[in-house]
Design a protein. Sequence first.
Length: 139
Amino acid sequence: MEEKLMRKCLEYCFKHNYKDDLPIAAMVVKKNKIISKAINNKNIKNNVMGHAEIIVINKATKKLKRWNLNDCELYVTLKPCLMCETIIREARIENVYYLVDKLDYKKPFQKTKFNEIKNLIEEKKKYRLKLNDFFKNKR
């Protein structure tokens, strides 16, 4: 069944004219039924979140009226990037099927630096308490 669904994802990919966008298509599937489909539109819409995986997950959450997609699968023509992997995990999707691994010549963008502010010790304590309280109330 996975091969059949991947072929449908690939057909959807080949239907579209991508202009400046990487030709990637994605589908969210629940019980072998396609819930949503999407293609990359990052460049055409000037939207950093315009990855097929993110768009298709947003469509599925709207259609199913819930953010938790733990009973769904994701099919995508190219292995998801790190940002998309994170969104997929947040959506609780357990199985991701992809056709092609990352392109050899594609280098990850590594210029962003994440810097922890270390000197605000009291503020850090207060914020940690706030986070702990939030999760205590959720459980």
